[in-house]
Design a protein around this ligand. Structure first.
Ligand SMILES: [Zn+2]
Length: 429
């Protein structure tokens, strides 16, 4: 080859390279810092999902999505739903004509008021020889309203459960599940009269959902992070705002910057969803609602981002993936990560993180849905504390992590890589 043809070859390769490159939008430290500092400012009051303060955070994310040019999946990007908070207000229980003291019973209900007698429900028992927890769980999930007579031999377990179920119960469904009454009673029950009144609070919550429609609308790559946090608590050294800079303003910065990165005006092969989940900290309701209102078969992969503001145990520029060995998702990330970055398996398998985050509902439906995090949760002093502030965030590391996720996600977005799916969990938990 002479010099000219070599030059020509180089030029041709360069042109080919440039046209195959998608000219993505840059992920900048400036934007990452701006998003995290805004969401974790005291002004946001800790973004508690049950407080009006969370609107500010929702508005901020929707505005970012608008400016980036995402397509709203719902009106103004908001997927709204109702969450109910049920708190016991007053009750009376009469067995065999005898009034029962309040500390000897508790109910699990999902309605504002109810009254029933023995003939309306089934009568069951947890006898002295039964395993309390096992019996409790089977009666709790048997889809029958029941009065369950508990032997006083189980008084310790009974009291423990009673104190738990006497607190506010949050649910997305009311009037739909059976109601159970657990009562300490060693005598046979021949008649019963039960009246229960609950306080019912109704809250309207919002997931923020935007998309970039791809050529294939039924193969979705879903990027998500919860944007709520713990709100205001009793002051610690005069600070009462749990800012949630790492948990999870950092993850939201990831979702917004990935949206910006992929929004270059070209239509991707697969469709991209970008979601800010609400109410993760109060029970994962946002992701559950979202997951129950989308066809799981349409989701090719879910990349949930949770706490990427601090370097992991293995140092800067490393990130871990929950449920690493359950699908080929982890392998795809490990194999295709940029040279200066490493993805590896969740170092805290005993904490069961795969089943504790916003990916869990879709994972149960078969979706390769994994959480990416970098936080050293075993030693992190700021986790769920008022000290989870912007000043503790390593912006370089956070930005590099988002860039690494973006780079590997190219293969998912283009269809070059498809993670294996999980077995669908068929039965109720
Ligand atoms: Zn979190």
């Amino acid at each position: 080859m002479n010099t000219n043809s070599v030059l020509l070859l180089i030029l041709a390769t360069l042109v080919l390279f440039l046209t195959s490159c998608n000219n993505r939008q840059e992920i900048t430290q400036h934007n990452v810092a701006r998003i995290i500092s805004t969401l974790s400012s005291d002004d946001m009051k800790g973004r508690h999902a049950m407080s009006p303060d969370i609107k500010k955070a929702a508005n901020f994310i929707a505005k970012e999505f608008t400016e980036i040019g995402l397509t709203p999946v719902y009106d103004d990007f908001r997927q709204t739903f109702t969450l109910y908070s049920i708190t016991p207000a007053r009750s009376s229980v009469t067995l065999n004509g005898q009034n029962i003291e309040e500390h000897r019973y508790f109910s699990i209900t999902n309605t504002d008021s109810l009254s029933f007698s023995l003939s309306d429900v089934s009568l069951k028992e947890i006898s002295e020889t039964d395993d309390f927890r096992e019996s409790f769980n089977s009666y709790r999930h048997d889809n029958e309203s029941s009065i369950i007579a508990v032997s006083k031999d189980h008084i310790d377990w009974f009291n423990r459960y009673r104190s738990y179920f006497s607190r506010a119960n949050r649910t997305m469904e009311i009037d739909q599940k059976p109601n159970d009454l657990f009562v300490i009673s060693d005598a046979p029950i021949n008649s019963a009269k039960v009246e229960i009144v609950n306080n019912l609070d109704t809250m309207h919550l919002e997931n923020i959902v935007g998309k970039i429609p791809g050529k294939n609308e039924d193969e979705i790559i879903l990027f998500s992070a919860h944007y709520d946090h713990l709100g205001i608590v009793n002051p610690v050294e005069e600070d009462s705002v749990v800012n949630g800079a790492n948990d999870n303003a950092s993850g939201v910065a990831g979702v917004i910057e990935l949206a910006r990165y992929f929004s270059n005006g070209q239509t991707p092969e697969r469709t991209l969803y970008f979601v800010g989940f609400t109410a993760e900290e109060t029970g994962g309701f946002g992701s559950r609602y979202f997951s129950e209102h989308i066809e799981p078969d349409r989701i090719t992969a879910m990349i949930n981002i949770e706490m990427i503001g601090k370097p992991a145990v293995e140092g800067e520029n490393t990130a871990w993936i929950t449920g690493f060995d359950l699908t080929s998702f982890g392998q795809i990330f490990r194999k295709h990560s940029p040279d200066n970055f490493k993805f590896y398996a969740d170092p805290y398998p005993n904490q069961n993180l795969f089943y504790r985050s916003d990916n869990a509902t879709l994972a149960e439906k078969g979706v390769p849905a994994h959480t990416i995090s970098t936080t050293p949760i075993d030693v992190d002093q700021d986790y769920h504390q008022v000290s989870d502030e912007f000043s503790t965030i390593n912006i370089t590391h956070t930005t590099n992590t988002i860039r690494a996720i973006a780079q590997v996600s190219e293969l998912l977005v283009s269809g070059e890589a498809t993670p294996t799916r999980l077995p669908v969990k068929s039965v109720n938990k």
